[in-house]
Write a protein that binds this ligand. Structure first.
Ligand SMILES: Nc1ncnc2c1ncn2[C@@H]1O[C@H](COP(=O)(O)OP(=O)(O)O)[C@@H](O)[C@H]1O
Ligand SMILES: Nc1ccn([C@H]2C[C@H](O)[C@@H](COP(=O)(O)OP(=O)(O)O)O2)c(=O)n1
Length: 231
């Protein structure tokens, strides 16, 4: 069945760099329209957390590849209470730590890691479409690789300053310049890798969220979703 088959739930695909508003927008839209929600970045973070917990050198692609299928990663897709577990352990807090944030781009650059997680993401999407009104999926390669046929495709952006301000507020850091440098480093790695880099395509609607409130962005995306569903 095609992505637009009316008997199946809708897919809303959202990509963009860190701090552009993907997670909060996606959750807001999913809550507003009773859709499921999938944070694919949390999956790359969970895999990275597990690799680090096993002492794997994440800069060694062969070492990562050898173990990529070992951990069981389970995602909860309720937008009101999304969850992520590795081998049954809730790792929601651990995956936001500095160690994981520093190393996640290295793991995400390993083709076998991407193949494994994209497969799981497509299974989650298929289940959500069969069982619910649909799903909002956010990450770096959702509009290009994971769900290129999605009827709603968005690329969120925001100025580097706005993104750094938002992230700093979140982690209660006063060092906005350091946060901005960290985001720039991860942007560069995520956009320059050979496999499925963060890439803006013409068929995705660009939404610059710098001067918009979260509620305004959610309302815009809900409108696009309603139009796509013919409501
Ligand atoms: N349009 C917006 N205006 C102001 N703050 C926002 C906006 N969108 C998101 N935020 C805030 O910015 C931070 C980062 O947003 P998040 O959704 O986690 O971005 P991403 O998933 O792209 O990294 C969060 O604290 C969120 O509440
Ligand atoms: N679909 C995806 C999602 C995330 N990634 C990688 C690239 C990102 O730096 C990390 C973490 O993603 P995440 O969305 O949690 O990052 P931020 O919350 O925006 O800081 O994972 C990816 O390669 N592909």
């Amino acid at each position: 069945m095609s992505a637009q088959d009316s008997t199946e739930g809708i897919v809303i695909a959202i990509d963009g760099p860190s701090g552009s508003g993907k997670s909060s927008t996606s959750r807001g839209v999913a809550k507003a329209r009773e859709l499921r929600y999938l944070d694919t970045g949390a999956m790359y973070r969970a895999l990275t957390w597990w690799m680090l917990s096993q002492g794997v050198n994440v800069n060694d692609a062969d070492a990562v590849t050898a173990l990529v299928d070992t951990p069981v990663i389970t995602m909860g897709t309720d937008p009101g209470a999304p969850s992520v577990a590795v081998d049954g352990r809730d790792v929601a807090a651990e995956i936001r730590g500095r160690d994981v944030t520093t190393n996640v781009s290295a793991v995400s650059a390993v083709p076998a890691a991407r193949e494994r997680l994209v497969r799981t993401q497509r299974e989650i999407i298929a289940a959500a479409r069969a069982e619910s009104a649909g799903i909002v999926v956010e990450g770096r390669d959702i509009t290009t690789v994971v769900a290129p046929d999605a009827p709603v495709k968005l690329f969120l952006t925001a100025s580097p300053e706005a993104r750094a301000q938002r992230r700093s507020r979140e982690v209660r850091s006063v060092d906005v310049a350091a946060t901005q440098a960290d985001l720039a480093r991860r942007d560069a790695l995520d956009s320059s890798r050979a496999h499925s880099p963060l890439r803006q395509t013409e068929d995705a609607t660009e939404l610059d969220t710098s001067g918009l409130t979260l509620d305004e962005v959610v309302a815009l995306v809900v409108k696009l979703a309603d139009e796509a569903r013919g409501h």
